[in-house]
Design a protein around this ligand. Structure first.
Ligand code: FMN
Length: 367
């Protein structure tokens, strides 16, 4: 490989914490926890392998936040009590032992929950049938259930679940930082999206109202974990059940979403698009990562989407991104940073690696 990758290896400080390089593992649901939501020994080996491979930051998969409506998938890990939080300790120790920064992603699936052992019904901002079908890949089948519109007290419960789980992730499990999952069609993004949020109260209507749940969740998490813990939010236009969704008010929406997150004090914003470098709206226009940096210059911008193409990853650092997050490319190359510094070729992405961790051979986990 004949490219200068040094920009990817420059350290960066986020809210007083030094990340040793710009390469991060993006959150990836692995449906590999115990049935009651505890992280396992195999998960420790899976996560620590990325840190050993040189990633400066390792983020968990989306972790559910309460014992009511948040769980999205069977065998998803949770952070809803001390037992689940304790089960993360070896994972965090493994990541940190290799010198990486450990982020817990907290997530509420809302209307697109397809496997929740606590409830048979789903909640969302409004009683709107979710698009698409459940993901067979995560053991779902058929259409999503029609959600019930959340009451004020259910909204308060969801916010509380995020805050309490974030607190456990930091205080009990030992994570360094929290990422609130505000993207990809899950609960917080259902509120942000006009087609799934038909509310006429303060949580619906104008973009300023639709972003409110993300902001209130951020504030509750911040007040739980304190000012010194990095807290960020993941934001997208596309959704797992609607890949091509775009914000109706385009750049004006970007200004409201990113600007309000900056004002709330987000330490980082994680933007994801199918191909991060493409114009977010009109041909020839700025990318979403560029807009995030423009409207939230105080926040570090994590950029995601197709950035295992290393030329694009380097270009992204000049287009608003501060950290590059990689999902599929990290599964194919758990040692991607080491490969780059050793100038070795990267493995191609093979869709078979997307399955649960149980499908990864023991000999490979030990690598
Ligand atoms: C198997 C798999 C599971 C994923 N689970 C999550 C998740 O739990 N939370 C999340 O925010 N994104 C999740 N994603 C999306 C990735 O973080 C990322 O946005 C997407 O794969 C595009 O990045 P890439 O081109 O580097 O693969 C998942 C992706 C994959 C492939």
């Amino acid at each position: 490989m004949d490219i200068d990758t040094s920009a990817l290896f420059a350290p960066i400080i986020i809210n007083g914490h030094t990340l040793k390089n710009r390469l991060a593992v993006a959150p990836m649901t692995r449906i590999s926890a115990t049935q009651d939501g505890r992280a396992t020994e195999t998960m420790t080996r899976y996560y620590e392998r990325f840190a050993r491979g040189g990633f400066g930051t390792v983020s968990t998969e989306g972790v559910y936040t309460d014992q009511a409506f948040s769980q999205g998938y069977a065998h998803q890990p949770g952070m809803t009590d001390e037992t689940q939080a304790n089960a993360w300790k070896p994972v965090v120790r493994g990541i940190k032992a290799e010198g990486a920064f450990a982020i817990a992603q907290v997530m509420h699936a809302g209307a697109i929950s397809q496997g929740n052992r606590f409830r048979d019904t789903t909640l969302g901002p409004s009683a709107v049938q979710p698009k698409g079908e459940q993901m067979a890949f995560y053991h779902g089948h058929g259409r999503y259930a029609l959600p019930a519109a959340m009451t004020e007290s259910q909204i308060a419960d969801a916010i509380h679940g995020f805050a309490e789980s974030a607190g456990r992730a930091i205080e009990v499990a030992g994570f360094d930082a929290i990422e609130i999952h505000g993207a990809n069609g899950y609960l917080l993004d259902q509120f942000l999206t006009a087609s799934t949020n038909k509310r006429v109260d303060r949580w619906g209507g104008a973009t300023q109202n639709r972003v409110r749940l993300i902001l209130e969740t951020f504030k509750a998490v911040r007040s739980k974990v304190g000012a010194k813990v990095p807290v960020g939010v993941r934001i997208s236009q596309g959704k797992v059940n609607d890949h091509h969704q775009k914000w109706a008010d385009a750049e004006r929406d970007a200004e409201i979403v990113f600007g309000s997150l900056a004002q709330a004090g987000a330490d980082f914003i994680h933007v994801t698009e199918y191909e991060a470098w493409k114009p977010a709206f009109k041909p020839g226009g700025p990318s979403l990562m560029h807009l995030a940096k423009r409207y939230a210059p105080e926040a570090e911008i994590f950029a995601n989407g197709g950035l295992h193409k290393i030329e694009q990853a380097i270009a992204a650092l000049n287009d608003g991104a501060d950290i590059i997050t990689i999902a599929r490319g990290a599964l194919a190359n758990p040692d991607l940073p080491r490969r780059l510094s050793d100038r070795r070729i990267l493995n191609d992405f093979d869709p078979a690696i997307l399955g649960p961790i149980a499908n990864i051979k023991d000999s490979e986990l030990a690598m």
